[in-house]
Design a protein around this ligand. Structure first.
Ligand SMILES: [Mg+2]
Length: 151
């Protein structure tokens, strides 16, 4: 399955909402961001189950910056869609949502936003919404994917 992940408050913290992976002082100096504890293993596991993992964010970070941060933690993703590309594509398709994963071929989108969940119902795309403070977020994602695959 083509699965996209949101960044902010899903795998990159906005404050102290969740525990993060270890990051060296040098990494911090060169602008590597913190990521949620367990993210590298989760993405690795999903990729080894045959899923393609993508990033879909409404942030204006450059794709290079996002890729470098992920690489620091050993994460390789397929496609990265940032807000620059998102706005361009959704505008050209006349889609009035903040996110529309199907426009990029993403079959399931993982996000923290209830608004994105509502858009999923309106535009008929699949989401798994994880609360930033949910300690069982990895289980929720893995179970959610299994359930989708069974249907
Ligand atoms: Mg978010």
């Amino acid at each position: 399955m083509n699965i996209s992940f949101d960044l902010d408050s899903t795998i990159i913290p906005n404050g102290n909402e969740f525990e993060t992976e270890k990051r060296s002082r040098i990494a911090k100096l060169v602008g590597i961001e913190e990521i949620r504890a367990g993210t590298p293993a989760l993405i690795y596991d999903l990729q080894h189950l045959g899923h393609k993992i993508h990033i879909y964010t409404t942030s204006f970070r450059t794709k290079l910056k996002i890729r470098l941060t992920l690489r620091f933690y050993g994460i390789k993703v397929d496609r990265i869609v940032n807000q620059t590309e998102n706005q361009r594509v959704l505008k050209s398709r006349n889609i009035n949502a903040s996110k529309h994963p199907l426009s990029f071929g993403f079959e399931l989108h993982i996000d923290d936003s209830k608004g994105v969940e509502i858009e999923g119902k309106q535009y008929n795309f699949k989401t798994i919404i994880v609360n930033p403070v949910d300690k069982n977020w990895i289980k929720k994602i893995k179970n959610g994917i299994q359930l989708l695959e069974a249907t």
